[in-house]
Design a protein around this ligand. Structure first.
Ligand code: APR
Length: 166
């Protein structure tokens, strides 16, 4: 069973089992939500990420949350938007799916996603939110797994886009 909701918040403040980081393939930090998560988690997060040897676009890897209220961080790498003709939607869907697979494999129950790829990577929020909601909705956890998924929006505009889809 999977439940979906959307909130406007700073994802680093959410006390969930895991927050998802919109990282880059080096996993060595950056700006945007990646920068905010590393700042809030502290230097141990970067040390843990160094041991992961990067992450391909569309894949996901997990670390502890360290100083974050969230117990874990699931790092995923979204596609850069190039107009939609280079498989961006499939790669973005894979980010959400692989994060959910990792969360259920670790027995996590509450999970929060930022709007992956919709900042620096330029993916239009309306198109990205459709991919996000349909991919999460279409995920069927193993029998008995319960997943509460929160789409954590950083702006009222983004919250409105997700709310209209939920
Ligand atoms: N909490 C929740 N959402 C946030 C936060 C935050 N503290 N900070 C930013 N966001 C939102 C942005 O407003 C945007 O909607 O996260 C979404 C994703 O934007 P980016 O962080 O720019 O991520 P992305 O577009 O996937 O680009 C990834 O940016 O920071 C670098 O290292 C990162 O190279 C990678 C690239």
């Amino acid at each position: 069973m999977i439940s979906l909701n959307a909130v406007r918040a700073d994802i680093t403040t959410l006390g969930v089992d895991a927050i998802v980081n919109a990282a880059n393939s080096s996993l060595l930090g950056g700006g945007g939500v990646d920068g905010a998560i590393h700042r809030a988690a502290g230097p141990d997060l970067l040390a843990a990420c160094r041991r992961l040897n990067g992450c391909p676009t569309g894949q996901a890897k997990i670390t502890p949350g360290f100083r974050l209220p969230a117990r874990h961080v699931i790092h995923t790498v979204g596609p850069v938007w190039h107009g939609g003709m280079r498989g961006e939607a499939a790669l973005l869907a894979s980010c959400y799916r692989e994060s959910l697979v990792l969360a259920t494999a670790h027995g996590l129950r509450t999970l929060a996603f930022p709007s992956i790829s919709t900042g620096v990577y330029g993916y239009p929020i309306e198109l990205a939110a459709e991919v996000a909601v349909s991919t999460v909705r279409g995920f069927s956890p193993d029998a008995g797994d319960v997943l509460d998924v929160t789409f954590c929006c950083f702006s009222e505009t983004d919250l409105g886009v997700y709310t209209a889809l939920l």
